[in-house]
Design a protein around this ligand. Structure first.
Ligand SMILES: Cc1cc2nc3c(=O)[nH]c(=O)nc-3n(C[C@H](O)[C@H](O)[C@H](O)COP(=O)(O)OP(=O)(O)OC[C@H]3O[C@@H](n4cnc5c(N)ncnc54)[C@H](O)[C@@H]3O)c2cc1C
Length: 299
């Protein structure tokens, strides 16, 4: 089911890394915050600016400006967004919001809303959360105000030339990028459905509690899908074993020419190394991003 309107995509081909000209920041209000899996919350925001909001890619991410615990959100003036991190750092402590990055999962032009799906990795209350993002997520209520910083997509369709010969791809993620991978699969289904059968997915998580259940519905629709469940401390070795086994024993990724790896930092580095050394993929066709860093805040 498409959850971003077709017309919202500035370019439905996306054959190069997406970019957005200039950042926009606007104030939004929380409409809903509910659990969609035991360790995943879906938060929906409303803002007039979302009525015709365009996206550069299916895995478009955005900056979430959240008031510090016990504070009210003080809106950021739109003209001060070119260097949003620098601007936020320069604000006085009593009005400085925290900034973290999340992925647009649903966009609704009729209701002027966007939704994001955030993994709680099993933390139940705001008091137990170590980072400001999760602390806010676990206490956010309808009516709360935040800032949204428009950013861009990260993934692009691997193809040799625009509108021609798409090439097989491998998407590697964890609980934090399950929403991105779901949105990429929906986008392919919407605009380039033949490419689903050329798309491999490997997702590492602690258990099925950590990702939206709908990922299971794509099994059988993509070239292959591995859902690997293990403790955090074993994620890297479990991914390594799976990728190596699939490649050496099944030659599963022989024709893969693009790898997307968005997940915890060590996992993303391991995926990049496999793509480069085992699959021999040109680094310009490997997109990798540390979505979070085990043991310390992501800058
Ligand atoms: C482009 C982009 C898109 C993203 N999209 C999403 C998304 O759609 N959904 C989503 O859930 N996340 C997403 N993330 C990841 C999210 O921004 C990070 O997990 C972020 O660090 C959470 O902020 P925090 O303040 O809760 O924790 P931080 O302050 O960053 O970290 C504090 C502590 O919490 C631990 N921690 C943080 N995140 C996790 C985790 N996921 N599992 C286990 N321990 C953790 C760290 O080890 C650290 O010790 C995205 C990141 C990027 C860069």
């Amino acid at each position: 089911m498409a959850t971003i309107p077709s017309a919202a995509f500035n370019d439905p081909f996306i054959t190069t890394v997406p970019t957005r000209d200039g950042a926009e920041v606007f104030t939004a209000e929380v409409m809903a915050n509910f659990e969609i899996a035991p360790h995943v919350r879906e938060i929906t925001f409303h803002a007039e600016e979302l009525s015709r909001f365009g996206v550069t890619g299916p895995d478009e991410f955005f900056g979430l400006l959240m008031p510090q615990h016990g504070q009210e959100y003080v809106p950021i003036p739109p003209q001060s967004t070119a260097n949003i991190r620098g601007h936020v750092a320069s604000l006085p402590n009593h009005s400085r919001p925290d900034l973290r990055w999340y992925t647009i999962r649903h966009l609704n032009w009729q209701r002027n809303t966007l939704s994001t799906q955030i993994t709680t990795h099993g933390v139940k209350t705001a008091a137990e959360a170590t980072g400001p993002g999760l602390r806010w997520v676990l206490s956010a209520e309808p009516g709360d105000k935040v800032g949204i910083v428009a950013a861009s997509g990260l993934w692009h369709r691997p193809s040799y030339a625009p509108f021609e010969r798409a090439v097989p791809q491998l998407l590697i993620g964890d609980a934090t990028s399950a929403p991105s991978i779901l949105s990429i699969l929906e986008f392919l289904d919407q605009f380039h459905s033949a490419e689903l059968s050329q798309t491999h997915v490997v997702l590492v998580a602690s258990s099925s509690d950590d990702h939206p259940p709908e990922i299971l519905s794509w099994r059988g629709r993509v070239a292959s899908m591995e859902l690997l469940y293990a403790r955090y401390s074993d994620h890297v070795s479990v991914l390594q074993r799976c990728l190596t086994h699939k490649q050496r024993n099944e030659q599963a990724f022989d024709d893969v020419r693009y790898v997307y790896a968005c997940c915890e930092s060590a996992l993303a580095k391991q995926a990049r190394s496999f793509a480069k050394h085992e699959l021999g993929i040109d680094p310009k066709n490997i997109f990798w991003s540390p979505f979070w860093i085990q043991g310390r805040p992501r800058p």
